[in-house]
Design a binder for this molecule. Structure first.
Ligand SMILES: *[C@@H]1O[C@H](CO)[C@@H](O)[C@H](O)[C@H]1NC(C)=O
Ligand SMILES: *[C@@H]1O[C@H](CO)[C@@H](O)[C@H](O)[C@H]1NC(C)=O
Ligand SMILES: *[C@@H]1O[C@H](CO)[C@@H](O)[C@H](O)[C@H]1NC(C)=O
Ligand SMILES: *[C@@H]1O[C@H](CO)[C@@H](O)[C@H](O)[C@H]1NC(C)=O
Length: 594
């Protein structure tokens, strides 16, 4: 087995360094640093003695573009390998580091007396995880100063360093190390859904509810209630999934990921379905707890309930799985504030990439300002999403709720200039970013729908024509505020305002692209059902297919996403950085798949 052979390299190497050369790998070069402590975090000094962390080391692959090349082959409908998704073993082979990389990293660790038993290969074969590293040792390995930092709004504390370094000889072998300078944590990720501040909670029997939950005869026009409030019925009719009967429920699955200790309530789902899709009443989602996530049925989260209620009511009877990743350790009321050394994306990705079966469609509604994520870290995580795509998983992310940027939109690159602020992971070219729309007949762009252009990832081929056409029409507008050569997002969109959601047995009204992502994922999941039931491969990475089939989407041609003191971008004919290609039409997509 490949895995064992790699591990054996690591176990052998330390023997050669029984007497570490002195000084030990001390030609350190800076890998990444921030000019100052990231916004909203404050330093609280040294963590308690004896604190340990798990260090994740992303290794550069032996063959630089092998995985991405393979991803495009299996995702490009015109390629002979379209749909021939990779196995875990094939992925591991493509992302495998050069043996020299393993040897060098192994001897660096050995030199610092890291026992080889503490090291294992993770994240599909491209990362090493070194378990239980004392902070003094981590500081020495990385020329770092790990401290405890507190988030000034959530009070969550994390262990990070403002800068880190690696021996010069390792720079060409190591892509990134975590946790280091990414001040991300489950609690600090942006939660994109918002309960409308002026939104009423609707009592049972409220006429709005009665109207919204009446069932509509097939072929009837879209009910007028859909102008005010969105229910599954509105979405199933708008996106043409009403008539499709799923047939691959024993194989096809839809995954929803939650962070922040958010989880969904089964009893709220049941109540929601009683109100809005009574034929789906038997639906039960499964909850999977990842790395300390919580599943407390008495403390449901709005985001989690929104996600599962809409994913389930569109995809029913497709099995839905809710993943709750990375809760905080139990809170103690004394000075021992819980400290989180976890990395939300890496925890979840390591878990999911290790599963025997992975849901064919996965939706996530969390993100971060791209500029707060170190670029080499963002690239490494983005490559892990590419691994999922290459294995046949469609990965969808809400595009975010801040238009072209929230707040003052100042860049943190030292120049402090005003710039649009893209959101990661939607800015990763290997995920499908979902923006927001509102109104019906026609749908228009929701003005908070995040969209724009990555400063880290360049424009992928699949969107070259669509994005260049948009940029040409844009002319000089907003020039200097965004990177015209960057990956443009979102890719597609779906309704994002005034969703009725049951939380704590009460109906509340919720808006945000958090509404859009599970809605789009529900539609994609039905397409996967269709393909699987015909004995075909699931869709996998969607974008190369979607950009070739723009007419299978309802093009959204009006609205804009203001922010940063500008009017933002405007929607128009064809792709735009607010609504992407538009909202999905299930029947047209099904027909396009043949
Ligand atoms: C954070 O801690 C401060 C001071 O102890 C407290 O007033 C505040 O409510 C806390 N905030 C949260 C979100 O727990
Ligand atoms: C509910 O529907 C009825 C009949 O279409 C209509 O007269 C009434 O105004 C609607 N009520 C609300 C609150 O939308
Ligand atoms: C966005 O649209 C809402 C109504 O949907 C409106 O109340 C709000 O003022 C708009 N925001 C901006 C910045 O235009
Ligand atoms: C739901 O109810 C629980 C227990 O009463 C409460 O702690 C929680 O804040 C409520 N959640 C929401 C979103 O209202």
């Amino acid at each position: 087995m490949y895995w064992l052979s790699v591990l054996s390299v690591l176990t052998v190497v330390p023997l050669g360094f029984a007497t570490p050369p002195s000084p030990c790998w001390d030609d350190m070069r800076l890998k990444h640093s921030w000019d100052s402590i990231p916004e909203k975090w404050e330093c609280q000094g040294h963590p308690p003695a004896g604190t340990t962390i798990d260090l994740r080391v992303a290794l550069k692959p032996h063959r630089k573009n092998a995985l991405i090349d393979a991803l495009y082959e299996v995702s490009d409908p015109s390629h002979s390998k379209y749909g021939a998704h990779l196995s875990k073993e094939q992925v591991a082979e493509l992302v495998a580091p050069h043996p020299d990389t393993l040897e060098l990293v192994g001897s660096w660790l050995a030199c610092h007396e890291v026992p080889s038993t503490a090291v294992s290969i993770t994240h599909g074969g491209s990362w090493l995880t070194v378990y239980n590293v004392p902070l003094t040792q981590a500081n020495a390995l990385l020329g770092a100063t790990y401290q405890r930092y507190r988030h000034i709004e959530t009070n969550e504390t994390i262990i990070r360093t403002i800068s880190y370094a690696l021996p010069a000889a390792l720079h060409e072998h190591v892509q990134t190390v975590a946790p280091t300078t990414y001040f991300g944590s489950p609690h600090a990720l942006r939660l994109t859904s918002k309960v409308m501040s002026n939104g009423p909670t609707l009592p049972n029997g409220d006429p709005v509810l009665q109207n919204a939950s009446s069932t509509f005869a097939p072929g009837a026009p879209l009910p007028s209630t859909c102008l005010k409030t969105i229910t599954p019925e509105c979405l199933r009719r708008l996106y043409n999934t009403m008539s499709y009967k799923p047939q691959a429920r024993s194989v096809n699955q839809l995954g929803i990921t939650g962070y922040l200790g958010e989880f969904a309530s089964q009893s709220d789902l049941t109540k929601f379905l009683t109100l809005f899709r009574v034929d789906a009443l038997p639906a039960q989602f499964s909850a999977v707890v990842v790395n300390g996530g919580i599943n407390d049925q008495n403390q449901p989260g709005v985001e989690a309930n929104l996600d599962i209620q809409y994913a389930e009511s569109i995809s029913y009877p497709t099995p839905n799985i809710f993943y709750s990743t990375g809760g905080t350790p139990p809170y103690k009321a004394d000075e021992q504030t819980p400290t989180n050394a976890n990395e939300p994306y890496l925890d979840w990705l390591d878990f999911i990439l290790n599963q025997q079966t992975i849901p064919q469609t996965i939706s996530t509604s969390y993100g971060d300002d791209e500029q707060t994520v170190p670029q080499d870290y963002a690239e490494s995580v983005c490559n892990l999403f590419a691994q999922l795509g290459s294995m046949g998983v469609s990965v969808l992310f809400a595009s975010g709720d801040i238009g072209v940027g929230g707040g003052s939109c100042h860049s943190n690159d030292g120049t402090n200039s005003v710039k649009f602020i893209p959101i990661f992971p939607p800015s990763c070219p290997f995920v499908t970013a979902v923006g927001g729309t509102t109104q019906v007949n026609p749908e228009v762009a929701a003005n908070f729908s995040s969209g724009g252009f990555s400063n880290y990832f360049s424009r992928p081929c699949y969107q070259e024509a669509a994005v260049v056409s948009y940029l040409t029409k844009l002319g000089g507008q907003n020039s200097g505020l965004f990177n015209p050569n960057g990956r443009g997002y979102p890719d597609i969109s779906a309704q994002a305002m005034n969703f009725l959601v049951v939380v704590n047995k009460t109906v509340v009204i919720v808006s945000g692209t958090s509404c859009s992502a599970p809605t789009a994922a529900g539609v994609i999941s039905l397409l996967n059902d269709f393909l699987i039931s015909k004995g075909r491969s699931p869709l996998g990475f969607l974008n190369p297919l979607f950009y070739r089939a723009p007419t299978s989407f309802n093009d959204i041609t009006s609205g804009s996403n203001p922010g940063c003191g500008t009017s933002g971008f405007s929607a128009g004919t064809g792709w735009d950085p607010i609504t992407g290609l538009g909202t999905p039409d299930f029947l047209k997509l099904q027909a396009a798949l043949g």
